[in-house]
Each structure stands twice: as C-alpha cells, then as structure tokens.
Write a protein that binds this ligand. Sequence first.
Ligand code: FES
Length: 118
Amino acid sequence: MENVVCKTSELQPGEMMEASLGRTPIVVCRTLDGDFYAFSNRCIHQGGPMSKGVLCGTSVPTDRPGEYCYGRKKEILRCPWHGREFDVKNDGRMLTDPRRKLPSFTVDIVGGNVIVSK
Ligand code: FES
C-alpha cells in the first residue's frame, strides 16, 4: 500500500504534518537537511497524537567530558502527552530506550510528490 501524502513544497524543513496511509494515521516529518520520514501517528506509550507534539532537538555531548549542549534541532519527535522522545533519524527509536520505536514507513520522493508506503 502507498499513498501520496503531499508535495515536497508543502512541508518545509523542520515541519511535520498529519496524514494517513489507508486507515493508518501517520505523521510525516521533514528534518532541516530536507529529508522526509514517516511514522505511526499514535505514540507507543498510550496512543498520543505524535503530530500534535513537537519536532525539537536534544542534549548532545561536547568534546569536554560531562558537558552537553543543545543540538540535533528538528530531529527529535516529542509526544504531546507525556513527553517521550523518538529519534527521527534513527528509525523512530525512543531516546531513553532504543529497543522501543515508533512504527516507521518508507518514504519516496517522485516528481515532487512525497509517497509513503508500508
Ligand atoms: S502517550 Fe506518548 S508519551 Fe505517553
């Protein structure tokens, strides 16, 4: 199953949008480098609507041991209900427990269309 969810021009880097793949609600994210990603729009914790959360960054280590800075802007998807965070660029894995992840979908760009498939 596949679905054209939008034109590439309709989702700017750093933005996300709600869409669907058949009857499955999905969230489509575009990171600052222009790449597109798609995940289930239902959080794996208690089903929160991921597209109503925020696309944000997280703390990353610096060169100095024990020091961190804010980085990875717009690469982390945070659930609006209880704040669990998922790594958009690492297949939707949860930051605090990478064994768990949001279901993810394949995204292809064809002729300016963003196509999501299972
Ligand atoms: S439903 Fe997403 S963190 Fe609880």
